[in-house]
Design a binder for this molecule. Structure first.
Ligand SMILES: C[S@@+](CC[C@H](N)C(=O)[O-])C[C@H]1O[C@@H](n2cnc3c(N)ncnc32)[C@H](O)[C@@H]1O
Length: 364
């Protein structure tokens, strides 16, 4: 995607927790909940991991962040890692086909910078070459009144300063100077505090800028944590097919936890068919807020029950197919609609009616 086109497909907004969120004009979908981009990552993606119980004691943590966007899920996980004083090494692979988003991610107002500047420093260090090559985009955004308010003032000044210097240095030196400035102004004082462990070499973050379906085929790591934060299945089904989940299953360590915000019956069915044990996620008000999956069924606190499994056997459980992981959106949707039309499975409403009459006097 061309840098200068950012304004034509992206709309920046402040969400309710003061973190910046985005809307995509082309897809017609939001990237983040308007109630809070950062809070959404905390509640729907990181809290369900139960980090202290499931991951804190591992020496190495391998994470796959599918659909990184501007990075809230990775950032909030990094916050958890720093807060809990986790001592192991952290390796995060980020899959995102929009380079612009990854480039701006360390610098936007994310409601994390003041308390945890280490997060943006870790990201900037790992992404420094991308950032350097996309410096004109950053300069454009921080100098334009329409966008600059969405960026941290510290970074606005720093980016402007480096722009004024004209990027005349050898780029390696320029990058080091840029990183040194962040470290000196935001971090060096903080790491003197005893609670704060911070070894930059313990964090490796590697971006892959391609269709996640292409990247995934080439990966061979066994991940401990997988975030799946693709656009809504009905709008962009490409990353929700049975075949995609098969690949994720192949890349899941035995105790891996996969988390997604989707509650869809068809998505849960695709995960189960791929081999996962799936379960329900609830938010703090006890509302459904997503799905958790693992190879290890003991890690699932709220497994799917008879009702959920029954629903998966109805037309609502028909999932998306993408045989070679290269179909177009149109092809995936057409195939899905055709299967639904010709299916002899009962409808979900028939199933729900029957289930209600057989259980709890009509209540679910
Ligand atoms: C709902 S947003 C994710 C928001 C993100 N987790 C965050 O914290 O900002 C979906 C993201 O998926 C990316 N995306 C959509 N389809 C993709 C694909 N096939 N491969 C890689 N990235 C994709 C979009 O560019 C977008 O950034």
């Amino acid at each position: 995607m061309c840098n200068e086109n950012v304004g034509s497909y992206l709309k920046f907004v402040f969400t309710d927790d003061k973190s910046v969120g985005l809307y995509n004009n082309d897809v017609g979908d939001i990237y983040h909940s308007i109630f809070g981009a950062k809070s959404e990552a905390e509640g729907k993606f990181v809290a369900p991991l139960d980090f202290m119980n499931n991951f804190y004691n591992k020496d190495n943590l391998k994470v796959l962040d599918i659909c990184y966007g501007i990075g809230y899920n990775t950032k909030v996980l990094l916050k958890k890692i720093l807060q809990t004083n986790y001592q192991g090494k952290v390796h995060i692979d980020i899959l995102e086909y929009d380079k612009n988003l990854v480039t701006i991610s360390p610098f936007i107002k994310d409601s994390l910078f003041k308390s945890f500047p280490e997060i943006s420093y870790i990201l900037t260090s790992s992404l420094i070459n991308e950032i350097y090559h996309n410096k004109s985009l950053l300069q454009l955004l921080v100098s334009n009144a329409q966008y600059s308010k969405f960026f941290e003032p510290f970074y606005r000044r720093l980016i402007q300063k480096y722009h004024l210097l004209g990027y005349t240095y050898y780029h390696y030196k320029q990058n080091n100077a840029f990183l040194h400035n962040i470290y000196y102004h935001c971090i060096s004082q903080r790491i003197k505090k005893p609670y704060n462990r911070f070894k930059i070499n313990d964090f490796i973050i590697r971006p892959y800028f391609d269709d996640a379906r292409t990247t995934i085929k080439a990966l061979n790591t066994q991940y401990d944590i997988i975030f799946l934060d693709a656009f809504t299945p009905a709008k962009l089904p490409t990353l929700w097919s049975y075949e995609f989940f098969k690949e994720l299953y192949r890349l899941s360590a035995k105790d891996c936890i996969l988390v997604t915000y989707s509650n869809s019956v068809a998505i849960r069915h695709a995960m189960s068919a791929a081999g996962y044990s799936a379960g329900k996620l609830f938010d703090k008000d006890n509302r459904h807020c997503g799905t958790i999956a693992s190879r290890n069924k003991n890690l699932i606190k709220n497994p799917l029950d008879d009702y959920d499994i029954g629903l998966m056997q109805t037309k609502a459980g028909i999932y998306y197919r993408d045989k070679n992981l290269n179909s177009t959106v149109q092809e995936i949707i057409e195939r899905y609609c055709k299967e639904k039309m010709t299916s002899s499975l009962q409808s979900s409403s028939q199933f729900i009616k029957k289930y209600k009459s057989e259980h709890n006097n009509g209540k679910i």
